[in-house]
Write a protein that binds this ligand. Structure first.
Ligand code: PFF
Length: 455
């Protein structure tokens, strides 16, 4: 019985350490940081949300990310197969593969709305190429956004384009597709965000923006805010659903897992925070509402792009980078399913990709209509998009995270874990082990219970 990871995966291996980093950062950094983090912060009371989010990232997110990579690298297959193999090797029930199933389902559900929102970004990129935002004020920015989302046909066209783009990279396979797409993106995205922060400092209401994001008022931390902030941490870090596990499966043995996870988490948080620091000063300076919801960045940033010197170019770059960031995340949402179809059904990668993309496209129609004709088709107050978002971030990913933590913490022999985690066997390892064994499952469980109002 082998306890250590084999050195190959049938899907390929990352050619260099940076390739894994960029791909994992590419998965983590996406619409979650650029689009969702600002509007969730705006809807949930600003600094209170940011504080809980940061705490969840450090205490829950980082340990789970490491656990996922450890399991993935040992299993070397799609999450379903990885979990089944590990359970067999470790002498446990193969029902643990449920982690993989839950993750795949969550991936398909997230991707179905992710491609629609990515489509908005593509539409805005096109608009910025034509300099549409020149001289925009609050009313024109809102009108412009509403005209886009009010039209199911326009959304459908962009959504279709995005599904095709995602399928195309997946078809090219692990090394050529995912690696290449992510290596240029991250540095450029950082540079551009810094530029936007500079603009916000010069022309926005910087003081008020920063106060809004960082002046914590503990009274505002309600169980619901905590649940949403935790969900955001899971979503933003791409953890709890096997995406990071499957990338870990392609990680050669000699790379250090804590180092990789640390870099990925840091990059992810930085992008979200920089995005908030750039955005809220502009929101306040243009007397917009921070709680405007999913349209927030689209309605706010274009005012800045329309008025800043060189805003045309900055706008183009911003939407192009956001699109690429969304794209590289979307890829990682589909990879667990595609690798599963290849592993277990013996399907060709092409058939697996085309089939799963078709399913995503169909489910995505629900989100397309959630912003127009179907916005009132609600169940318990949530429309289709809101359900997909809520169930995945606030229920499925946290449950996946609990299961991953329990498996890594309790089901893997300690000696194997010590050998695999690259943390030595001293204090660092013990701290991680006890976070994964106790703090993570308990904290996530309690936040879930409180968030649902059950306790
Ligand atoms: N982390 C991505 C984002 O912040 O946009 C979204 C995501 C990708 C979630 C992959 C989950 C996942 F497995």
């Amino acid at each position: 019985m082998s306890t250590s990871s084999s050195d190959a995966s049938q899907h390929g291996l990352w050619s260099k350490r940076t390739a894994f980093m960029f791909a994992a950062i590419g998965s983590a950094v996406g619409l979650g940081n650029i689009w969702k983090f600002p509007y969730m912060t705006g809807e949930n009371g600003g600094a209170a949300f940011v504080l809980v989010y940061l705490a969840c990232v450090v205490l829950i997110g980082l340990p789970i990310m490491m656990a996922e990579i450890v399991l993935g690298r040992r299993g070397r297959h799609s999450p379903v197969h990885t979990m089944r193999r590990l359970a067999e090797q470790d002498g446990h029930s193969t029902n643990w593969q449920a982690i993989g199933w839950l993750g795949m389902l969550a991936g398909v559900m997230i991707l179905s709305f992710y491609v629609v929102i990515s489509g908005w970004t593509a539409a805005y990129l096109m608009d910025s190429l034509f300099n549409t935002f020149q001289g925009f004020d609050q009313a024109s920015a809102e009108g412009h956004f509403n005209r886009l989302v009010d039209s199911p046909w326009r959304l459908l066209a962009w959504h279709t384009l995005m599904v095709v783009l995602v399928a195309w990279v997946i078809l090219r396979g692990v090394n050529r597709g995912i690696e290449q797409a992510t290596t240029v993106l991250i540095p450029s995205l950082f540079a551009l965000l810094l530029l936007l922060v500079g603009y916000a400092a010069l022309y926005g209401d910087f003081g008020r923006g920063l106060t809004y994001m960082f002046a914590f008022d503990y009274a505002q931390i309600t169980p619901e805010v905590a649940l949403k902030a935790m969900g955001q941490a899971f979503f933003s870090l791409s953890i709890g659903m096997g995406a990071i596990m499957v990338y870990g499966a392609y990680l050669p043995r000699q790379f250090s897992i804590p180092e990789a996870a640390g870099v990925v988490v840091t990059a992810d948080v930085l992008v979200a925070i920089l995005m908030g620091v750039a955005l809220f000063p502009i929101v306040f300076a243009s007397s917009m509402e921070p709680g405007a919801g999913p349209g927030l960045i689209f309605q706010t940033l274009v005012i800045a792009f329309g008025q800043m010197p060189g805003g045309w170019l900055v706008g183009i770059l911003f939407f192009a980078l956001t699109l690429i960031a969304a794209w590289t995340s979307a890829i990682s949402l589909l990879e667990p399913t595609v690798s599963w179809l290849v592993d277990s059904r013996g399907m060709r990668r092409r058939t697996a990709t085309l089939g799963s993309s078709a399913v995503i496209w169909v489910v995505g129609l629900g989100t397309v209509v959630s912003f127009n004709v179907g916005s009132d088709w609600t169940l318990y107050g949530r429309n289709f998009f809101e359900w997909m978002d809520y169930l995945t971030s606030n229920v499925m990913l946290p449950i996946g995270g609990i299961l991953i933590a329990i498996y890594a913490g309790w089901m893997v022999k300690r000696s194997v874990l010590e050998e695999q985690a690259d943390l030595g066997n001293g204090l660092l390892f013990k701290s991680w082990l006890w976070l994964v064994r106790l703090l993570v499952p308990t904290a996530v469980f309690l936040i879930l219970l409180h968030g649902f109002g059950w306790v």
